[in-house]
Design a protein around this ligand. Structure first.
Ligand SMILES: NC(=O)c1ccc[n+]([C@@H]2O[C@H](COP(=O)([O-])OP(=O)(O)OC[C@H]3O[C@@H](n4cnc5c(N)ncnc54)[C@H](O)[C@@H]3O)[C@@H](O)[C@H]2O)c1
Length: 364
């Protein structure tokens, strides 16, 4: 494979602010020259403990050039909590952070969501920069400005829209990413490909992306996936309409995750959700050839979890999804690959048929 020699910058013009995304290989080492436009008085880096242990040398070297104070963060989902955030507000105060300070979040989606939430609430909102280090955080969690923490009643219940000033995507971080986390990110990559990211769709159909290969195909795939999500966010920053297409696969996915009490990962649940919602799409008119293509891609990347659930309970659970309107479950369906439609109502009997199709398929 050719070495990656380039990096790419994308500037998002949002209603709330301008946000720059820089994608490349080995670029994190040059962080000090990439985030230059403001003079922040204090810079706090909230760094995933795991990522810090794996990439200590480059993180120390890069952050020392901007005099950042490193606070290591135990990035379990339980610590993405409102209670934990309060401890970080105090840490920011102790370090004399003001309204002109900066938070940098370095890690997976848990860390970027948490750092983003802390920055969004501290002194009514201060600047934040993300350095996502999982595939999922690169193509999804770090893009779009949604920040949130969990409370006892549920995941991501407390949050804001708070756009980062910069997102620095250095794909070299993926060298240490475990396969299970890679698969989670691939589910979101596949989702983008199916709802409109045609360049990535071609790469996936040709099986050009492989775990463990940090090459030009991966760079193109991440670049295209990021650009696709950014283009959707730019059209509808606050999810009033079109941004909802990004929930494809997530109506069923969330219900599976929640019913199984988060014993299945988000990415696995979304992969199952994508296949089940594609089945529903086919029954509602999507060409069968498109459904076969979805199934091929998901199988080729081995994304489907071997899980069991009661279809009736999933249907009941979907009624409680926070994105539902007046108790009615709405789906994002595909008219064809690349043509999503939002706000679709589907008969419970068809949803159960699709769930049963999934259960039968994974038993084979
Ligand atoms: N804000 C949004 O729009 C949005 C969108 C999707 C998901 N999310 C949130 O993102 C979170 C999930 O993110 P995630 O999948 O990145 O999980 P994560 O942050 O939990 O990371 C997964 C695991 O990988 C480890 N890790 C991170 N980078 C690594 C690296 N380079 N090498 C080795 N290990 C590494 C982490 O320590 C962790 O153990 C959830 O909390 C979800 O709610 C937010």
């Amino acid at each position: 494979m050719d070495p990656i020699t380039n990096s790419d910058t994308l500037v998002l013009q949002l209603d709330s602010k301008k946000s720059s995304i820089i994608i490349g290989r080995g670029i994190f080492a040059s962080l000090s020259s990439l985030i230059t436009y403001k003079k922040w008085d204090v810079i706090i880096a909230i760094v995933s403990e795991t990522v810090y242990a794996l990439h200590k040398e480059v993180i120390d070297q890069s952050l020392s050039l901007i005099d950042a104070i490193i606070i290591q963060y135990n990035d379990s989902e339980q610590n993405k909590s409102y209670a934990y955030a309060e401890q970080y507000f105090n840490l920011l105060l102790e370090n004399q952070c003001t309204r002109n300070s900066l938070v940098i979040g370095i890690g997976g989606g848990v860390t970027t969501d948490f750092a983003g939430y802390v920055a969004s609430a501290y002194m009514r909102g201060i600047d934040v920069v993300y350095v996502p280090t999982t595939l999922l955080a690169m193509v999804d969690a770090s893009i779009g400005g949604k920040v949130a923490v969990n409370i006892k009643a549920g995941k991501n219940i407390v949050g804001h829209f708070h756009q980062p000033d910069y997102i620095i995507i250095d794909i070299d971080f993926l060298q240490t990413l475990p396969l299970s986390e890679w698969r989670c990110g691939m589910s979101e990559v596949v989702k983008h490909a199916l709802i409109g990211d045609s360049s990535t769709l071609t790469l996936l159909m040709n099986k050009e992306i492989q775990y463990g290969y940090i090459d030009n195909s991966l760079y193109s795939c991440i670049n295209s996936s990021v650009r696709f999500k950014a283009s959707v966010v730019e059209k509808d920053e606050f999810e009033k309409n079109i941004r909802a297409i990004l929930n494809f696969g997530h109506t069923v996915g969330h219900a599976i995750e929640s019913l199984l009490e988060y014993t299945v990962s988000h990415g696995d649940a979304v992969a199952a959700g994508i296949l089940i919602e594609s089945y529903i799409s086919m029954k509602e008119g999507m060409p069968k050839a498109d459904f076969d293509c979805v199934r091929d891609i998901i199988s080729a990347y081995n994304l489907l979890p071997n899980i069991s659930f009661d279809p009736n309970k999933i249907v009941n659970h979907m009624m409680y999804d926070k994105k539902n309107i007046k108790g009615k479950t709405r789906f994002v369906l595909l008219e064809s690959i690349g043509k999503p439609r939002i706000g679709c109502e589907v008969n419970d009997s068809l949803v159960k048929e699709a769930l049963n199709f999934y259960l039968t398929m994974i038993k084979k």
